[in-house]
Design a protein around this ligand. Structure first.
Ligand code: C5J
Length: 223
């Protein structure tokens, strides 16, 4: 690692330092199922409009990460067509208009390969980037993500995507327990519930950064 390439971000609860060659950007679940009408998010009764505002900032973050040469990882919450990787508890919970596996306006809900499961074109992966299909909320559960990061020498993660308090936070906590130094990009993540977004940021950086750091995109770009 060249110390001269290390960056220092004006973050909370204190400055976050990272070396691009040991850092990955992990963009969580920017898929149509959560962000567009007719998908899983809408079927659960959410106002999906609250998520779409972050798309330009996620795109800018991706451009920045690519310019710095960071490893870029995209995730999709998705299940096999036979739903063998979907616990019945997950499928049956709640009172959704459409459940996982049901046919909706964008194809079968949260099923791999369906139109609704695709990442939005504005933030689509490049050929060279990793795409992780995950059956859980966290990106480390039942995936090869940890091994892929370790074999590339990654120790630091920048996180973005949706939704802040569900898949983003779960992934960040899983990563923290595995020893990664994590920073959540505050305005490149969103929740259907703005208060949950803010609460998640507060939880992460409380107690001296018990889960990690948070910073706005501008602070990352300025670093
Ligand atoms: C949810 C996610 N909210 N990507 N998934 O069910 O946060």
């Amino acid at each position: 690692m060249s110390a001269s390439r290390e960056r220092e971000v004006d973050a909370a609860p204190y400055a976050y330092r990272y070396a691009p060659e040991r850092t990955a950007l992990v963009v969580i679940d920017m898929q149509r199922d959560f962000i567009e009408p007719g998908g899983f998010g809408a079927a659960l009764g959410n106002d999906v409009g609250t998520l779409s505002s972050i798309v330009p900032r996620v795109a800018a973050l991706l451009a920045h990460a690519r310019a710095l040469g960071l490893l870029v990882v995209h995730t999709r919450e998705s299940h096999l067509p036979d739903l063998s990787d979907c616990p019945p508890a997950k499928r049956q919970r709640g009172n959704a208009a459409l459940r996982i596996g049901d046919a909706g306006p964008m194809g079968r809900i949260l099923v791999r390969g369906e139109p609704g499961n695709q990442i939005l074109p504005e933030v689509a992966p490049l050929e060279s980037e990793l795409v992780i299909d995950k059956p859980g909320k966290g990106a480390f559960y039942a995936t090869g993500l940890d091994a892929m990061l370790r074999e590339r020498g990654i120790s630091h993660l920048l996180l973005a995507g949706v939704t802040t308090e569900v898949c983003v936070q779960t992934t960040m906590r899983e990563a923290n327990d595995r020893g990664y130094e994590c920073l959540l990009v505050e305005d490149a993540a969103a929740s259907y519930f703005p208060a949950f977004h803010e609460a998640t940021l507060a939880m992460i950086r409380a107690q001296g950064g018990i889960v990690g750091w948070t910073a706005p995109l501008a602070a990352l770009l300025a670093a």
